[in-house]
Write a protein that binds this ligand. Structure first.
Ligand code: C2E
Ligand code: MG
Ligand code: MG
Length: 249
């Protein structure tokens, strides 16, 4: 068996988090409503493991294990701290952009999180409105009562909330209306099909209209071509993210 296929153990992952082997990459997000064709408004923080032997390992290989073992908490705290400090640096260089950080489902029941993240923002001198917490549709809908409580606390503290991977879960229109999200992120499975499949166009158009009718801003993820970007502009999508615009780096 090659080293690429070695199973990652909880101990290895814990050691990597504590030992500083985790790195954060940033993927740019542009504003499609701006005058300029390419107006950078923010970035999404995406974690990677810089493994000493195996090289860079993507989150798909260890986030699940982190969630099952509770290591997701220290891992997320590390990503938040790193990303918030990066916002501070960008702001000091005259670039006041927002930063999106992914929050796993099981952290949506942790009532310590809103205060701890607030304190972290304060420590780095970054306004809460510069941070957007991304929660997947599936996570938000798993325990709607608890999720609603904690999400409301984040919003009251002034942070943005984005529903990630929208279109892949099962939220009802009523839940969507009640949940305090500020942004909806269209899943890339729809966006990558733009310009190729008619169904994708119908779905993306409906999701953009739905977001706007609910008073939410909408971001398309997985923009891989100029054609997809052009279609998104014509559909009045607010923001876009994807390899065509910039890879995580
Ligand atoms: P996500 O939050 O939906 O992040 C977007 C994923 O799509 C990223 O994959 C990104 O590299 C990829 N992507 C961006 N543009 C394109 C594109 O044009 N085409 C395609 N095919 N893919 C694109 P990545 O970095 O592998 O992350 C996968 C997932 O892992 C993320 O999905 C997120 O759910 C999770 N994740 C990443 N970092 C963290 C973290 O710090 N904490 C938690 N809890 N989850 C994380
Ligand atoms: Mg995300
Ligand atoms: Mg996503």
């Amino acid at each position: 068996m090659t080293s690429e296929h070695e199973a990652i153990t909880e101990r290895e992952l814990a050691a990597a988090i504590a030992g500083g082997e985790m790195v954060v990459h940033y993927q740019p997000k542009i504003d499609l409503k701006a005058e300029a064709a390419w107006h950078n408004i923010g970035a999404e923080a995406l974690v990677r493991w810089a493994h000493p032997r195996r090289g860079l390992i993507g989150p798909g290989e260890f986030i699940g294990l982190a969630e099952r073992t509770g290591l997701i908490r220290p891992l997320t705290m590390f990503v938040l701290e790193t990303a918030i400090d990066q916002v501070r640096v960008w702001r000091e260089n005259g670039t006041p952009v927002s930063m999106a950080v992914n929050l796993a489902a099981n952290l949506l029941t942790d009532l310590r999180m809103p205060d701890q993240i607030s304190a972290m923002l304060e420590k780095h001198g970054v306004p809460p409105s510069s941070l957007i917490l991304e929660v997947t549709e599936t996570a938000a809908m798993a325990d709607t009562v608890r999720a609603m409580d904690i999400l409301t606390r984040f919003r009251l503290k002034g942070m943005g909330l984005s529903m990630d991977d929208f279109g892949t879960g099962y939220s009802s229109l009523l839940q969507l209306h009640r949940m305090p999200f500020s942004e909806l992120k269209i899943d890339r499975s729809f966006v990558t099909q733009l310009g190729e499949a008619q169904e994708a166009l119908v779905m993306v158009r409906s999701m953009i209209h739905l977001a706007h009718d609910l008073g939410l801003s909408v971001c398309a993820e997985g923009v891989e071509t100029g054609v997809a970007l052009k279609i998104l502009r014509s559909l009045r999508c607010d923001k876009a993210q994807g390899y065509y615009i910039g890879r995580p780096a």
